[in-house]
Write a protein that binds this ligand. Structure first.
Ligand code: PGA
Length: 253
């Protein structure tokens, strides 16, 4: 049976002091039986080390929001998978739509990064999702299928076992517009079908597929109740301890 995974993508928010406050509050709020649900916080790079120290002894795990594909070198401003591991990360978000849009990341680059992440011992949370105009044109499935095939190109069975997919319709990110549970479920089921075709049905059945895009305490339960939705990747609502806690509680079953 698949476990729900809820990850908070802090984006470019929270300095050290704010990190301390949020992590400490989450630790207190989530000191409950998570019943196998994984909870991950993904602060900015500058807060990873502090968050890792604060999270010692807690079940909350740590992730980063991006990484570079090379192990080391003259890449000013970049961070490697090994550095993330050393900072206490176990997960890394890759190919977020903001990285695709503002930093021109392609499926090919995301695929390279994901393989490097896995080789280093990180679990990538790989984001896919269509733009509003693509949904309106009725090509959501084509777009998502191309993204999935691209980002998972050459993945072995064991690579896929370490991978999480986040379906995030771009029109729902930070907009307050959530995909309806039915719309999200349909795409999640479709992603599973694509992975079943490219790999095996057994692997596709085990693949964790999170939903992201304006997940809030008042819509999380209905989204997470869908058969192919395995938790969420949360942006805005993860910046407050109370709303993130409520969302996590919707994922604990
Ligand atoms: P949102 O962001 O919850 O603010 O829509 C989700 C994300 O960007 O991962």
């Amino acid at each position: 049976m698949r476990r729900n995974i809820v990850a908070g993508n802090w984006k470019m928010y929270k300095n050290l002091e704010q990190t301390r406050e949020l992590v400490n509050r989450l630790k207190t709020n989530l000191d409950v039986d998570l019943k196998g649900t994984s909870v991950i916080v993904c602060p900015p790079f500058t807060s990873l080390s502090l968050a890792s120290t604060l999270l010692q002894g807690s079940e909350i795990q740590l992730g980063a929001q991006n990484m570079h594909q090379e192990e080391e070198g003259a890449f000013t401003g970049e961070i490697s998978a090994g550095m993330l591991i050393a900072a206490g990360c176990r997960y890394v978000i890759l190919g977020h739509s903001e990285r695709r849009q503002y930093f021109k990341e392609t499926n090919e680059l995301i695929n390279t990064k994901a393989k490097k992440a896995i080789a280093a011992g990180l679990k990538p949370i790989i984001c896919v999702g269509e733009l509003l105009e693509e949904r309106e044109k009725g090509i959501t499935e084509q777009v998502v299928a191309a993204q999935i095939r691209g980002v998972l190109n050459g993945f072995t069975q064991s690579d896929l076992e370490s991978t999480i997919i986040a379906y995030e319709p771009v029109w729902a990110i930070g907009t307050g517009k959530t995909a309806t549970p039915d719309q999200a479920q349909a795409v999640h089921q479709f992603i599973r079908k694509i992975v079943g075709q490219s790999h095996t049905w057994a692997l596709a059945e085990r693949l964790v597929i999170q939903y992201g895009g304006s997940v809030k305490p008042d819509n999380a339960a209905e989204l997470f109740a869908q058969p192919d939705i395995d938790g969420g990747l949360v942006g805005g609502a993860c910046l407050k301890a109370d709303s993130f806690t409520q969302i996590v509680k919707c994922a604990i079953s």
